[in-house]
Design a binder for this molecule. Sequence first.
Ligand code: RIB
Ligand code: CA
Length: 320
Amino acid sequence: MAEKIKVIMDCDPGIDDALAMAYAAANSDTLDILAVTSVSGNQSIQKVTRNALDLTEFYGLDVPVAEGAPAPLVREPQFAAEIHGNTGLGDCELPRSSRVPEQENAVLFLYKILSQLPENEQAVLVPTGPLTNIALLLKTFPEVKSKIREIVFMGGAAKGGNVTPAAEFNIYVDPEAAKIVCDCGVPLVMCGLDVTTKCFLTRNQIAKLCQSNNPVAKICGDMAGFYISQPYNKYKGTVNVHDAVPFMYLIHPEIFTGENAKINVDCSEGVSRGSTLCDFRWWNYEENEINAFVLEDAMTEKFQEYLISAIYELGESKKS
Ligand code: RIB
Ligand code: CA
């Protein structure tokens, strides 16, 4: 039996964060989720922390939740209510959990979890929101880098953007944090829009989830149904489940392709604010300057098959 991968999810739920958490929770035979931390992004820190508590309970994830940064490092918070709704989870009513966040904030809690790992063990950080908490952790406790195997994050784009033509939301909201993470020296896997736009669910797949009597499928279907009904998505007829990609990469790397690159983050105020400039010309750099493996493509049907089956499996486990 292969050793489980120790992971920590740093998220801003967020509808696709919620589906990603379901996927991770369903794969507990492969992933050992040590903790969930929240960060201001799709909605306020209060709302995303509430959602993280309710989601972990609903999915049967008995893991600590720690509340993170209420705002980016130097910029004002920017939410995505037009996509994720006023609560952050569309118009879904999850059962309200009685759980409360940890006493420590996310940065202190991340440091505690990582520094308490046995000497020869490391964890994978899976950020699916702005990188504020991760940047604060790396700057405050640089020694903890030795306990991080890699950072597999949803963010950025080698080409294009979704908040602007040049920038993806998680990076755009806190480019300074993204720059700190990209320059930190820990191995990175960037799951940017290049690959996440190939990792979508269709209107029909969402409709089937909504019609199911499987409790997790129904909730995930309702959340995705809200997502697809928003102006941003409704003419596409599909929803990109961006945040499930990092977890799927950890479990099924074979369905993805990518290249090594040097990533530079634009922290200007201009039209390219938050862009992740990926230089694939590896021959121009020393090996230690290449800071990321950038995912570029995915087998869409495999992604859909693995995500949908995991959602149903998690729901079946709730019934038993
Ligand atoms: O650009 C997509 C990313 O921004 C996803 O993580 C989504 O949840 C939002 O945080
Ligand atoms: Ca997110």
